[in-house]
Structure formats: structure tokens, C-alpha cells
Write a protein that binds this ligand. Structure first.
Ligand SMILES: [Zn+2]
Length: 400
């Protein structure tokens, strides 16, 4: 396939504010979904991505800017929306069609031509917070693979597979094995008393996880038995015949045998009964490889899931010449597309190792050991480590 690493995307800037959900037409789905971001004023059409071929790693990155937002910082979230528009907005729906040709307009600016009817642009605040969180986790998952940080990998996989805080409706489609795993877990939790409004209530997340793993296993054995007697039976979890589910199943069975999952919080914290590190140290080389393989499969699925609505399309410029382009429904899709291109054979995206710095950076093959986002973070951390060394030496002296 021909790939064009450059792409363009326009958002609509504006003024946004946070309001209680009952001031909008959106339903409330319990405590996580009680506030909304609404657009109170439409601003200008802004080119968020305007890269021709040769999209450079030195260019400023909107995806990294988004991932660096502290999800509890409501002002930072609003500022981002004011500047580029809402990340999941489908305002660009005019761009899905070829109408721009009939109006003799530029495709990128055509979405401005179609008014939003009577509907106000709005989204649950928690939806945007989750989008930020999941982008942060995606980048961290890759970083943990590179650093072979097994503990962090397991926590992130537990989050993606067993999180129940998002919205997941009966008919909603999941395109990849990882997200189908979470979808079926959600269904299983609902069958066992979980609801969007009462949430876990008296249920334990650990029991739900182990129960779900048992359900997969039982279904598999039952289907095998039917088949061996020559009876047809439609399996509940057909994904279990493929490697990703089998590996995830093995990993989670292993983890939940040793440890209890106490909580997976709305903001993505995974709380275990004991530190995972104790028994990770007992892992064989083969165990560790299994965890890394799962992590790679999930990392790959995250991009497939987010980019399934992005596809190549032929457009015509104003002077009538055909041009290759990409159909990108939302800013969120565009940001994942940006990350997709940034994770090339010779580069990856990582978080700055200065604990006080929220920034991300692109690590390229010319500096494969780079751990800070900037010179200033590197200097600051060098000074800090120097101070720590001196303090320790002094303490030693005073003890003598
Ligand atoms: Zn930094």
C-alpha cells in the first residue's frame, strides 16, 4: 500500500465550558458522566495538521500536547478544546462525503459550510479525560515494552482489558481482540449485576475477573465436547481460538492466582493486593517473553481500533488535479494517526523522565538513549542528582 506520512486535518476552535449534564441533551450515566463540555461559541476553522509529505519529527506535536494534559486539570482540557475543537467531535462529517466537489469548495474547509443544525456541540467531560488517559497509557505501554518494565505492562493490560468505567452498549462494535476482550468482560459483569448507575455496588472486581476467565474456559471445553460428539454448538467466545486471547487468558489467570485485583479506578489506577514486583522477580525468561508478547499485541490493537475509521481517499484540488489524502473523522483519530507515523522503525514516543515534567518527546535512532524531553529537563535532573549525591556524602560524613 502507498503510504503518505503527511496528512491534513482541520478543527473548529471556539469557546468551551463545563456544565452539569442536565443542562445538555445528554443522559447521565452515573457519577463519572455527570458533567459535560459544551461549545458556547464557534470560532475559526484551524488547520491542526497541515503536513505535506515529509512530516517532520521536529514539528510541534498536537498528540503529545494532548497526552501531556493532567486529566484533573479542567482548565487545560478546556484550553485544548478552545484551540483545536473537541477531540472526538464528528463536526467534520461533511468531509466524509464528496459534496465539496459539487459546491466547488476546498474539502478541508467544507465542514465549515455545513451548519450543525440545532444541535449544540457537547461531550461528557469524562469521555475527554478517558481519551487523554488512554493516549498516555498507549505511549507508556510502548515505553514499558522498550524498558522491559513487566510490572507496568501488567498493570496497563489489566486496565485495557478489565476497565468498566467507560460506556459500552450492547450492540457497540469492537474491531480488535483486545477491545473485544474488554467488551465481553463488560457484558459478563452486566450479567452478574454490574450496571452503569450502581456500578460495582457490592461486587468485587477480582471475582468478576476470575469468573470471566472461568466462563471463557468453560465455554471452550463445552464447545469442544459438543464437537467431539458431532453436535454443532456456537461458541460464545470465538476469539479464544486465536493467540491474543489465549495469551491474555494465561497471563491474567497467572496474575490473579497470585494476587488480588482490589480496584481499577476511573482514572486508570490499578490497585493490587500486594506489589507485583515480588513475584515478577520469579519469572523465567519464557514468562517474561509471554508478557512482552501480550503487550505488543495490545499495543498494536490500540492503533487498529483507533484508526479503523481512517482510510485513504482520493480528493481533487481546486485546480482539478487528483491528490491522495486520508479520510479522518475526528481530531482524536488524527492524533492517533500522528502517533502511528511517529512510531516508525527509527523512532518512538516516550514520556520525559523528569518526574515533575508532563511532556512527551520523540526518541529517534540518532539519540537512542534520550530520556528527557528537553535540554532544560536534562540539566535540571543532572543538578538534582548532583545535589542528592552531595547530601548523601554529607550524611555519611556526619555519621562518622
Ligand atoms: Zn521534560
Amino acid at each position: 500500500m502507498i503510504t503518505n506520512p503527511g496528512f491534513s486535518f482541520s478543527g473548529i476552535s471556539g469557546t468551551h465550558k463545563i456544565v452539569p449534564v442536565n443542562e445538555t441533551d445528554l443522559p447521565s450515566w452515573g457519577e463519572n458522566y455527570c458533567e459535560c463540555i459544551v461549545c458556547t461559541y464557534d470560532g475559526e476553522l484551524v488547520k491542526v495538521y497541515d503536513n505535506g509529505p515529509g512530516f517532520s519529527y521536529l514539528d510541534k506535536s498536537v498528540a503529545m500536547e494532548f497526552a501531556a494534559i493532567d486529566i484533573t486539570d479542567r482548565n487545560a482540557i478546556l484550553q485544548f478544546c478552545n484551540r483545536y475543537g473537541m477531540p472526538g467531535s464528528m463536526r467534520q462529517f461533511g468531509n466524509f462525503r464528496n459534496d465539496y466537489l459539487f459546491f466547488k469548495d476546498d474539502k478541508d474547509s467544507f465542514s465549515k459550510v455545513i451548519p450543525l443544525a440545532n444541535r449544540q456541540e457537547r461531550v461528557w467531560l469524562y469521555t475527554v479525560q478517558r481519551d487523554i488517559l488512554q493516549m498516555q497509557m498507549t505511549i507508556e505501554l510502548n515505553q514499558s515494552i522498550q524498558d522491559r518494565n513487566l510490572q507496568r505492562i501488567i498493570e496497563i493490560l489489566l486496565y485495557f482489558c478489565f476497565d468498566l468505567h467507560g460506556l459500552d452498549f450492547e450492540g457497540s462494535q469492537r474491531h480488535t481482540e483486545t477491545f473485544q476482550f474488554n467488551h465481553y468482560f463488560y457484558r459478563y459483569a452486566e450479567e452478574n449485576g454490574f450496571t452503569l448507575h450502581t456500578r460495582l455496588a457490592g461486587l468485587s472486581i477480582h471475582d468478576l475477573i476470575t469468573g470471566f476467565l472461568k466462563d471463557i474456559e468453560n465455554d471452550y471445553h463445552e464447545t469442544e465436547m459438543y464437537h467431539s460428539y458431532g453436535f454443532p454448538r456456537k461458541e460464545k467466545y470465538v476469539q479464544f481460538y486465536f493467540s491474543t486471547w489465549q495469551h491474555l487468558y494465561d497471563l491474567f489467570s497467572f496474575v490473579t492466582e497470585k494476587e488480588k485485583v482490589l480496584d481499577i479506578t476511573p482514572f486508570g489506577e490499578v490497585i493490587m493486593s500486594d506489589s507485583l514486583s515480588n513475584y515478577i522477580s520469579t519469572f523465567s525468561e519464557k514468562d517474561a517473553d509471554g508478557v512482552l508478547m501480550c503487550a505488543k499485541a495490545v499495543f498494536s490493537d490500540i492503533f487498529k481500533e483507533h484508526l479503523h475509521a481512517v482510510y485513504p481517499e482520493m480528493v481533487f484540488s481546486k485546480n482539478g488535479d487528483p491528490e491522495s489524502s486520508w479520510r479522518i473523522p475526528s481530531l482524536l483519530d488524527a492524533m492517533y494517526l500522528e502517533l502511528f507515523f511517529r512510531f516508525s522503525p527509527n523512532s518512538s514516543v516516550r514520556k520525559c523522565q523528569n518526574p515533575d515534567c508532563p511532556n512527551y518527546y520523540t526518541r529517534t535512532s540518532s539519540r537512542p538513549k534520550k530520556i528527557y524531553c528537553s535540554e532544560s529537563c536534562a540539566l535540571l535532573m543532572a543538578k538534582r542528582m548532583e545535589r542528592d549525591r552531595k547530601r548523601k556524602a554529607k550524611n555519611k560524613e556526619s555519621k562518622l
